[in-house]
Structure formats: structure tokens, C-alpha cells
Design a protein around this ligand. Structure first.
Ligand SMILES: CC(C)(COP(=O)(O)OP(=O)(O)OC[C@H]1O[C@@H](n2cnc3c(N)ncnc32)[C@H](O)[C@@H]1OP(=O)(O)O)[C@@H](O)C(=O)NCCC(=O)NCCSC(=O)/C=C/c1ccc(O)cc1
Length: 527
């Protein structure tokens, strides 16, 4: 059975993303678009409009051409959105990089995406230079935050002085790639997700009626812009509608609470660990959070009683969930802000122009019995174009009828609410960040004391999923300890991918094909 959205379809928004988002920026003029939540800098809509055009001219002058891949490597700053739209206006596809990626991880992404340009911030220049050396093929490393050409790197700020006219680039929004975030999908290592201008812009139009933001609304950008959730909910959506975005570089509880109080934030888009902090942390009582009107949570499963504790403490309507994934530009379901008594735990209703099937877990060619659990499959204009350079992985994810097999297990109630109950995919979600077991297993096998290894997600006391390694020692490495393993991995990966539990075993369960039997390990955990 195909579930169809109960809402009127929305027409595709076939526009370059910078036009779809900033097309009306000049009209908003002096209204604040972006405020630095750690300082005083404010960019008005008129400035964002002018600045991104000047930087696009500067990038074109530096040699950026249509189809080039530009790696944007920065924590959240007020210049991040400006750099993003400047790059797309110059014709580039933007691949966003985690600011804490190690040089090796960064280099992998540069090589895989055939990136030619890096835009970073000066504190991260060292990592960017090492990554560029490892990867090769980089024309130039540019820096967002320097007023001049310090340290020999072109600066985006210096480009604001350019008198060169903005480039005219002929973008085909339906075909050309605007964003190339990296995602593991349901299995394997991170892959470049090709999102066209149209798929991202149309997804904004699909979401807008349900979580409207407009002039006067003040949104807090604490989740990273480099993930599709932040890029959509905290950057594209508010800037398209004329709201004000207060920007924080990372989640630090007191700074976050102080920013809500100081800037009279009314809408929060967060992930479950922040809902947990709001529900339980004593510091919450020290701040005036009365400006808040709603909280939306996505990126990872949210416990219904935790959501209830959070909204009760802050005297807010129930926390709204939304559901999506990078491969879906990203949104497919949302609990509308104006929904009356949405059922606890629901991740939402199908967005307009989106179809869903719930596939049988025994036979994915068939639908599950109505009301029962199955794998969520999605079809709509927000489906990615594919994984860059990986036709096989693309075919494994999108079937010949255009359905994306999400790897999440869900159930739909009689009123069309989706509940996500589990997942079939291998991926670990640490605080909403993807951690691919295959990547950590490959790394563990490079340790001279490790004979074999498997990684799965287990739950800690706070209900966070954390990566756990099962390790088989080499015969000569009898004294290899858990701390050795944890330290070794931490030395090679971004902090969110760290191994946080270790168990030594005599053997890793494998199928005859050699595939790790993760289900067996998971069952062992639960007994
Ligand atoms: C703010 C969070 C929730 C919590 O922050 P945290 O507690 O500091 O944890 P981190 O995960 O950032 O940091 C991990 C480690 O790195 C460390 N770290 C941290 N920043 C630093 C630093 N700048 N220096 C140095 N060490 C540091 C940090 O201290 C920590 O170290 P450790 O103590 O060992 O755990 C953070 O985890 C976070 O941003 N998570 C969200 C990720 C996210 O956006 N994912 C979205 C994927 S896309 C998606 O799901 C789409 C959904 C969607 C659905 C529907 C829609 O409509 C739209 C979208």
C-alpha cells in the first residue's frame, strides 16, 4: 500500500538554491538576518545579499568554475551561509566538512569528491593544509575570517572589496548539484550525497507550511550548518522566510541558555541530547527562557517521556519531531506546529508531494500488514540524485521504481502518524551524528595488536547510542588493553566517532561470506 500525503501537493521549486533562499533578501533590507551569538556582529538581509554576490565574484576571479567542488570546512559562523551561497552562485557544488574531522578523514572526502577548493577558518588552517597535502588536487585554500590576505591565503572577507561584477553562471537547478554532504546511508563508509538545487529548494517549500518562520521570528543555530538538518532548518528555511538566525559555533550549555535569554529566541531546532539537557540540567533554572514558543527535535530517536519532561518543565507545547535523512534533502515527515495533541513519540505526517511504503521485513518486495512494523521507503521530489561515483551503492538505496529504502523501521497509525521504532541499517547514531561501523573496523584492523574487530552501537546511561568495539587480540598482544584501543581510535577520528566501550573476544561472529553478524553481537548485548 502506498501512503500519500494528506496535504495539497507543492510545485517543484526549480531555482538555484541561492535564488530560492535569497531571492527576496533585498526586500527584507535592514532586518537582521544573522547575528553572531558569541559577539555583536549582525548581518542584515541587504548585507547577506550584497556580500554573497561580491564573494561569488571573488571566487570566480580566483578561478572557481561551474561544476567545481568546493569544500566548506567551518563551525557555524555568520559567514558560513554567505560562503555557501557565494559558492553556489559561482557555480560550485559545496561539500560540507565536519570542522573536527582529522586531516586523514578530511583528505578522504576531498579525494572522493574531487574537490578543487577549500574554504576554512583560520583556527582550522593547519588541518586543512594537511588534508590538502594528503589529498592532492586542491587549487587553493581560502579563509573566511581574515580581513586581508594573511598567511598567503585568499580571504573571503577581502573579497567584499571587489569591484568585479558577479559571475553569470548558467545553472540547471534540476540537474546541477548544490550540496554534496557525506552520509553512510544504511551501510558502509561515508559517501557523497548528490542533492540538486531543485531537490533542496523543493524540500523547503514542502516543509514551510508546517513550521513557518518569518520576520520577527528568532531562531537559534546551535546544530551544525554542515549537516543537512542544520543547513535546512537553521539556514535555508529561516533565511528564505525573513527570520533572524542567532549563530553559535558549538553546543555549550550556559552559552546556549544565555543566547536564548539575550536574543529572545522563540524557535529551537535541536537533537535529543539538547532536549535531555533542557529537561534535566539544573542550569536551565538560572535563565529566562520565557521567549521560547516551540521546540523541534530531529536527527535521532527522541524518547517520548523525555520529550514530555522537557515541554512540561519549560511550559511549552509538546516537542515537535521531524524525520528525514541526508539522502532525502532531508525532510519527509514533520509534526506540524499547529497540530492539536499529536500522539507522543510520533515523528510526523508525510509532507506534501511525498509518498511512503512500509515494506515487509521478511520480504522487502511486499508491503507489511497495515498497522504493523516494516522498513520505511520514501518517494518524492526530495530524493537525492545518487551517491557520487557509486552506482552500486545508489542502486542499493533507491530501487528501480524510485523508492528510497531508508533502513529505518516504522509503523503508521490509523491517523497517518509515523512512529520510527528501530532500524535495519548498520549505522550508529551518536548524538545525531552518523558513525559507520565499517570505517571504525577498518581502522581497528590497522592496529598491530588487533587480529579482528567488529563495532556496533550500544546505549549508555543517558540513552545515547555509543560505538562499542569487540576486539580479538593478536597472539603476541596479550596485554593490549581497552584504553589502548580507545586511545588509538581517538587519535585517528573526529571526536564523535570515538570508540567508547571495548570488549575482548575470542572471535567475531561472521557469516560464511565473511560479513560480520552484527545482529548476534546485538543480541549478546541484550542478554
Ligand atoms: C549539539 C549536540 C547535540 C551535542 O553536542 P556535544 O555534547 O558537544 O557533543 P558533540 O557530538 O558535538 O561532541 C562530541 C565530542 O567532541 C567534543 N567537541 C565538540 N566540539 C568540540 C570542539 N570545538 N573542540 C574540541 N572538542 C569538541 C565534545 O567535547 C565531545 O567530546 P566527548 O566529551 O569525548 O564526548 C551535537 O552532538 C550535535 O550537533 N548533534 C547533531 C548532529 C546533526 O545535526 N545531525 C543531523 C544529521 S541529518 C538529519 O538527521 C536530518 C534530519 C531531518 C529531519 C527532518 C527535517 O525536516 C529536517 C532534518
Amino acid at each position: 500500500m502506498v501512503f500519500r500525503s494528506e496535504y495539497e501537493p507543492v510545485p517543484a521549486v526549480s531555482l538555484p538554491i541561492h535564488e530560492a533562499v535569497l531571492g527576496r533578501a533585498a526586500e527584507h533590507g535592514d532586518a537582521p538576518a544573522l547575528i553572531d551569538g558569541t559577539g555583536d556582529l549582525t548581518l542584515t538581509y541587504a548585507q547577506v545579499d550584497t556580500f554573497h554576490r561580491r564573494i561569488a565574484a571573488g571566487l570566480a576571479e580566483a578561478g572557481v568554475r561551474k561544476g567545481d567542488v568546493l569544500a566548506l570546512h567551518s563551525p557555524n559562523t555568520v559567514l558560513f551561509p554567505v560562503a555557501f551561497y557565494a559558492a553556489t552562485r559561482a557555480g560550485a557544488s559545496v561539500t560540507t566538512v565536519h570542522p573536527l574531522a582529522t586531516p586523514e578523514e578530511f583528505a578522504k572526502q576531498l579525494r572522493d569528491s574531487s574537490a578543487r577548493w577549500i574554504v576554512t577558518v583560520s583556527p582550522l588552517l593547519g588541518a586543512a593544509r594537511r588534508a590538502a597535502d594528503l589529498a592532492g588536487g586542491i587549487e587553493e585554500i581560502l579563509v573566511c575570517d581574515q580581513a586581508d590576505r594573511a598567511e598567503g591565503h585568499l580571504s573571503l572577507q577581502a573579497m567584499l572589496a571587489t569591484t568585479t561584477p558577479e559571475p553569470f553562471v548558467d545553472i540547471d537547478p534540476d540537474e546541477d548539484i548544490a550540496a554534496l554532504p557525506y552520509s553512510s546511508g544504511t551501510t558502509g563508509v561515508p559517501k557523497g550525497v548528490m542533492l540538486t538545487h531543485t531537490s533542496i529548494a523543493t524540500n523547503l517549500a514542502q516543509l514551510e507550511p508546517f513550521i513557518p518562520m518569518g520576520p520577527g521570528d528568532r531562531i537559534l543555530a546551535v546544530l551544525p550548518f554542515f549537516h543537512i538538518y542544520g543547513l535546512t532548518a537553521l539556514m535555508n528555511a529561516p533565511l528564505r522566510q525573513g527570520a533572524t538566525v542567532v549563530v553559535l559555533p558549538r553546543f555549550e550549555l550556559d552559552q546556549f541558555l544565555a543566547a536564548i535569554e539575550k536574543h529572545r529566541i522563540n524557535g529551537l531546532y535541536v537533537a535529543p541530547p539538547i532536549v535531555l539537557a533542557l529537561a534535566k540540567h539544573p542550569a536551565v533554572a538560572d535563565y529566562d527562557l520565557s521567549s521560547l514558543e516551540y521546540i523541534v527535535s530531529a536527527a535521532a530517536p527522541l524518547d517520548a517521556s523525555l520529550a514530555e519532561a522537557c515541554s512540561a518543565r519549560l511550559k511549552l507545547p509538546p516537542v515537535r519531531q521531524a524525520y528525514g535523512m541526508t539522502e532525502l534533502s532531508p525532510g519527509t515527515h514533520v509534526v506540524p506546529l499547529d497540530a492539536v495533541n499529536p500522539p507522543p513519540g510520533a515523528v510526523g505526517k508525510l509532507l506534501p508531494s511525498t509518498e511512503m511504503r512500509i515494506l515487509s521485513l521478511d520480504d522487502p518486495a511486499r508491503d507489511a500488514e497495515p498497522g504493523t512494523e516494516g522498513e520505511v521507503a520514501i518517494r518524492g521530489p526530495q530524493v537525492m540524485k545518487g551517491y557520487l561515483g557509486r552506482p552500486d551503492a545508489t542502486a542499493a538505496m533507491i530501487d528501480t521504481d524510485g523508492w528510497v529504502h531508508t533502513g529505518d523501521i516504522g509503523r503508521v497509525d490509523g491517523n497517518g502518524w509515523l512512529f520510527v521504532v528501530d532500524r535495519v541499517k548498520e549505522l550508529i547514531k551518536y548524538k545525531g551524528f552518523q558513525v559507520a561501523p565499517a570505517e571504525l573496523e577498518a581502522l581497528l584492523l590497522t592496529h598491530e595488536g588487533v587480529a579482528d574487530a567488529a563495532v556496533i552501537g550500544v546505549y549508555d546511561e543517558d540513552g545515547n547510542e555509543v560505538p562499542k568495539a569487540y576486539v580479538v587480540r593478536q597472539p603476541h598482544a596479550a596485554d593490549l588493553s581497552a584504553d589502548d584501543i580507545i586511545g588509538f581510535v581517538a587519535g585517528h577520528v573526529a571526536p564523535y566517532k570515538k570508540i567508547r566501550r571495548v570488549e575482548f573476544v575470542d572471535g567475531v561472529p561472521r557469516a560464511a561470506s565473511g560479513k560480520i553478524l552484527r545482529r548476534e553481537l546485538r543480541e549478546r548485548e541484550n542478554t
